[in-house]
Design a protein around this ligand. Structure first.
Ligand code: NAP
Length: 488
């Protein structure tokens, strides 16, 4: 029997950027689903904030439409919407803030969550205003969306400014990959079974691959993306966080700092990549025109319209962790836009058996693989060799065991934001990045960015709809390995 989810304490959740893509497409639907499951107490308030001059009804109409398009039940949506309201505010102007503070004061005992779903250049203004009205006091928390800065220096500026208003214990830096069911399941598999942990080291694991592949191009996000690129947008946060979850030592408990201390040690153990070795250990690419889902698509520079840009839309890296557990085990990381498939996946590849007792005619012995898929569907598969069933001699087959069991339990997997939003209300930061983690990740990423800038080289072009530049294949093939692109 699965226990029903427990309601959280009554809260006020203010979404700055409440009309934006993230709020409408992800945050409000996540809150709706938790409401339907009975976890959101009736007196809780969800308040969207943006500059647009909407009233409550106008905002509810937008949210209603988005929820219904996402398949929500109309009558349940109508029960949910009275808890949603809207305030028009400009983070940079005084108008309306007095009234907003009065609104907040109506429920002094509620947990207060301020979700900054805006461009990071508004974080400081918003926090300063919240602080000047004393809205940072008591059970108040702030949620910061990525990207936090574009290098260590700018991340420190943001964290310093936010830190003058909210304590570290009130600050929730969200990385939605950590809220995914598969990542929770990785913890359960690693630390809830005696089976894996003894094998989870350089003696038994050959290498690890982490891929975050998108089929989309930059689209509407050109202005942001051209200032960021794949390393800042995906590797410095999501991919390094996944790497930490795979590589960390067993924490003594799931207490927030126990987990985050172990992740930090991994980040600090990453071998530096800089001007001396970036050419061997990294590949940068930029998509040119090609095809996506059978349709012709323009190249990155075409989307920028005559703009010359060295921004990478693809990167592949060979990372190494300098500690006893992982010495000599490469972590191949890659991410890109306009790749052939939308998939986010961690592949843990075990070493070959030391000696084969089988006749070559029985078939080829493949390495065991544990494949943790985060997108588009979530599942975990363990690839093993078995005997082909039935008569006909001993023939080997390589098959996958489905270890996610979502279907077996008949549960629908919650979106990562559902778990993370309620963790913020509960005040549980285990799955959020602590400031020192963000800093350690930038300390590793900054020299790579500097090496690329100093090289004077342009990113390698790759055709849209392919797996990036051929140099990314060479990066792993030089080590006698290959990317797994078909883990089904
Ligand atoms: P977006 O669609 O551009 O939305 C930005 C929001 O901020 C809008 O509601 C906008 O409304 C509001 N806004 C802009 N200037 C404002 C001001 N001066 N005062 C108050 N509100 C203001 O952006 P998004 O895609 O939702 O992304 C939000 C943040 O989440 C970004 O940092 C992004 O990098 C991050 N993020 C997004 C996604 C995603 O899937 N979209 C995923 C991960 C991270 P008005 O113009 O009406 O003010």
């Amino acid at each position: 029997m699965t226990a029903s989810p427990q309601p959280v304490d009554p809260f006020d959740l203010v979404i700055f950027g409440g009309t934006g893509d993230l709020a409408v497409r992800k945050l409000l639907p996540a809150l709706y689903h938790r409401f339907v499951d009975g976890q959101i107490p009736g007196s809780s308030r969800i308040i969207g904030v943006a500059r647009e001059g909407l009233d409550d009804d106008g905002y509810r109409t937008t949210i209603r439409k988005a929820l219904l398009e996402g398949g929500a039940d109309a009558s349940k949506v109508d029960t949910f919407l009275p808890q949603v309201s809207y305030r028009s505010l400009d983070a940079r102007k005084d108008d309306g803030w007095d009234a907003f503070a009065t609104l907040m004061g109506e429920q002094p005992n509620h947990v207060r969550v301020f979700y900054l779903s805006t461009s990071p250049d508004l974080f400081v203004d918003i926090c300063n205003r919240l602080g000047s009205y004393g809205l940072n006091k008591g059970e108040a928390r702030v949620v910061l969306e990525k990207p936090i800065g574009r290098n260590l220096a700018s991340a420190n500026q943001i964290n310093d400014a936010v830190g003058r208003v909210f304590d570290e214990s009130q600050t929730f830096r969200i990385d939605h990959y950590l809220g995914k069911e598969t990542v929770q399941n990785l913890l359960a598999l690693r630390f809830g079974n005696a089976l894996f942990e003894p094998l989870w080291n350089a003696e038994h694991i050959d290498h690890v691959q982490i891929t975050v592949a998108e089929t989309l191009g930059v689209g509407q996000r050109v202005a942001y993306y051209d200032h960021a690129g794949a390393l800042r947008d995906m590797v410095q946060n999501h991919i390094l966080q996944l790497l930490c979850m795979v590589a960390m030592e067993p924490p003594s408990s799931l207490a927030p700092d126990a987990v985050r201390d172990e992740k930090l040690k991994v980040l600090r153990s990453l071998k530096p990549i800089d001007g001396g070795n970036a050419a061997q250990l990294t590949v940068r690419g930029q998509y040119r025109a090609g095809a996506a889902d059978g349709q012709g698509v323009p190249g990155y520079l075409d989307e920028l319209k005559d703009h010359k840009s060295n921004t990478e839309t693809f990167t592949a890296l060979k990372a190494e962790i300098a500690n006893w557990r992982w010495a000599g085990v490469p972590f191949y990381l890659r991410t890109g836009k306009r790749l052939p498939e939308r998939v986010s996946e961690i592949v843990v590849v075990f070493k070959e058996v030391p000696h084969s007792i089988f006749d070559p005619s029985a078939g080829v012995l493949a390495q065991n693989r544990l494949v943790l898929r985060l997108q588009p569907d979530e599942n975990i598969k363990l690839w093993v060799t078995i005997k082909h069933p039935g008569p006909g001699g001993l023939r080997l087959r390589y098959v996958s065991l489905d270890m996610s069991f979502a279907e077996a339990f008949g549960v629908q997997q919650p979106d990562a934001y559902e778990r993370l939003l309620l963790d913020v209300v509960r005040g549980n930061p285990t799955l959020f990045m602590r400031r020192d983690e963000v800093e350690a990740a930038w300390r590793w990423a900054d020299p790579i960015l500097a090496a690329w800038a100093d090289s004077g080289e342009t990113p390698r072009q790759y055709t849209s709809g392919t797996w990036g530049p051929s140099a990314a294949v060479a990066l792993i093939e030089r080590d006698g390995r290959n990317w797994y692109e078909d883990s089904e």
